[in-house]
Each structure stands twice: as C-alpha cells, then as structure tokens.
Design a protein. Structure first.
Length: 332
C-alpha cells in the first residue's frame, strides 16, 4: 500500500504520522482529528493517541491537540482549496478524495426545510484510509459460485462499519473480472463487471480512471447514485455482475430487483451484524423475505482476527471461516 494519503495532512501532523514505525504506518485505518482534542489513530482494531513527537500514548493529556489552524489547513487541503464546490458532499457529511479515501466531517449543521443543507464550523475529521488487499476474497469467492450455472450467485455482504466490506468488494470485482476465482479449481474466463461507485471508494477513480486494480473487464460509474447507476449499467454496458456498496434506500432495492430479473448477478453490501437485522430495514426487508439474494456473507473482526459466516437464501448457515487477507493487513 502506498502512503500518498499522508499528503492530505498539514505538515506538522504529517511529520507526527511519518515518525510512526513503518509497520504501524501501513496498518493505519483511521486518523481522527478533533479541534483542541487528542489526535487519534486506529489500526488493527486498536486506538492510540499521538504526542507531538509522533509517539503513541493512551493518555489524552499527553496527546497533541490539533489547533484551529490545523483544522482549517486540513479542510483546505482535502477540498483542494475550493470548499464551495463540495456542497453535495458537505450535505452528506463526508468527502471522498483521490485514492478512495473518505473523510468524515462533523461541525454545526445548517438546516433547510428540516433537512441538512450543509455543515459549517467544521472541527472534526475522520480520515479513513482505503486499502487495496489483493487476495482478500480468496476464501470467500469459491462459495459464491453457481458451478452448474457457471455464474456468480446474487450475494449480500453484511457487517458493521470498518469490518472490511469495501475491501472485500474491491477484490471480488478484481477476481471476477480476471477469472481468478480464489483458490478454487474453477477455470472459467473472467466476466464483465459493472461497479456503481457512488462514494468513489471501491475503484478510487481519478478523472474516471480507477486507482485500484478492479480487473481488466470492469467498467466503473464513478460518483453516480446507486439506483440510477445500476439502471444505466444494465441499459448500456451489459454486465455479467453488478457490484454496489451500501444499499438501503427503496430505489436501491428496486434497482437490485430489476438487475436480478434481467439475469445479472448482483453483489452488494449493507450495514448489519446478522441477516436478521435486514428484516426491520424497510426496503431491504423485502429483498430478504423474497429470497432475492442466494447467498449472505456476514463479516466480523476481533483485533487481527477476521471471520466470515455464509448463509444461503433461506438463511441456513453454510460455512464459517477465519483468517484474513495476505500480509496480515486488516480489511478496511
């Protein structure tokens, strides 16, 4: 993994991060900057505060506390010196930047008609580091194949935040596109993959070109709303497999249903710790009750240990496995 994300930070904070050990620096998943409160990093499921020298501490009193100048400079850097062009992102509460990294924002919300119009007085940042982990899907992908039908099964991947959904999607797209199929003995050619990347996180596009290896037969609609993007892909790009992140709205469920009826395999993610969680989720509950998905994968993590559980469309447990992607990196 490259460390170009360090360029996002004001120089003094960047120096503190660079002073971390190389191993730890490559494991960083989040950098949390809160004005006048301790500078924090999360890595491998653990958190530490940073002092002025870039040393680790668990004592908030010993940590460096970013100043208003720090937060203003950070906002200037992540907005490429043009905050006014990011009105839509500010309404959603995050900015996605080149490389697929996502910066969550907190501050004072400005309402219009009872809805969030944008955020002002921004003083809190959560920089989530996107990681490309080739091989992350090795253990799971053989279970998602309909070998008789020579196709990928309709699959919903579930987990709470920061358990590895997006990293898993990214590697599934790559393997399906190349025809790698994990460690299985399947010898199918690669398939056409369509990624609708609403948050620009899966492919990490820059000017429409993916920054991550998502495969040679993969097309990406970057920054496009999921529901509209899925229909655009179906009409114009004839994918074999559609990949989307974090479905949940009624229009998302309608587009997924349309894709399934068109004979296109769908791999999607949603927040949740169990399939049963989907039953109370409005639009998603209908997809579950109608058994639109043939497979569910529930990801979980405790520190360095990562596991997944597989369920079929009727929610019977099929497989439980542990481990993680090559090199010991955490899913991000």
């Amino acid at each position: 993994m490259t460390l170009n994300w360090l360029e996002l930070f004001p120089e003094n904070i960047r120096v503190m991060l660079i002073n971390l050990s190389t191993e730890l620096l490559h494991q960083v998943e989040e950098v949390r900057i809160r004005e006048e409160r301790p500078l924090e990093i999360n890595s491998a499921g653990k958190f530490h505060f940073l002092d002025r020298r870039g040393g680790l501490t668990l004592r908030p009193a010993d940590a460096y506390k970013p100043t208003r100048e720090d937060t203003h400079r950070l906002l200037d850097l992540i907005s490429n010196h043009s905050l006014y062009t990011l009105e839509e992102e500010l309404r959603k509460g995050f900015i996605t930047i080149p490389g697929g990294h996502r910066v969550g924002l907190t501050g004072r919300t400005v309402l219009s008609g009872g809805k969030v119009e944008h955020i002002r007085d921004i003083s809190g940042f959560n920089v989530r580091i996107a990681k490309e982990v080739q091989g992350a899907a090795d253990q799971i992908i053989p279970h998602l194949l309909d070998r008789k039908g020579r196709r990928v099964m309709h699959t919903l991947i579930l987990s709470p935040p920061q358990q590895g959904k997006t990293t898993m999607l990214r590697d599934l797209a790559r393997q399906i596109s190349y025809g790698s199929w994990g460690a299985s003995n399947v010898h199918w050619p690669g398939m056409k993959v369509g990624i609708v990347d609403e948050r620009s996180e899966i492919a990490g596009c820059m000017r429409g070109v993916p920054g991550f290896d998502v495969g040679p037969r993969t097309d990406v609609l970057d920054g496009c709303p999921k529901a509209e993007g899925m229909m655009m892909m179906i009409r114009s790009m004839s994918p074999d497999v559609l990949i989307v992140d974090e479905i949940g709205r009624p229009e998302d469920a309608e587009a997924v249903t349309e894709a399934l009826h068109a004979g296109i395999s769908v791999i999607a993610t949603a927040h949740g710790s169990a399939v049963a969680d989907m039953r109370g989720r409005g639009a998603l509950s209908g997809l579950v009750e109608d058994q639109m998905f043939q497979m569910y994968a529930v990801l979980s993590r405790t520190g360095e240990q990562r596991t997944f559980k597989l369920y079929d469309g009727s929610q019977r447990t099929l497989q439980t496995a542990g481990g993680g992607p090559p090199g010991g990196d955490a899913y991000a």
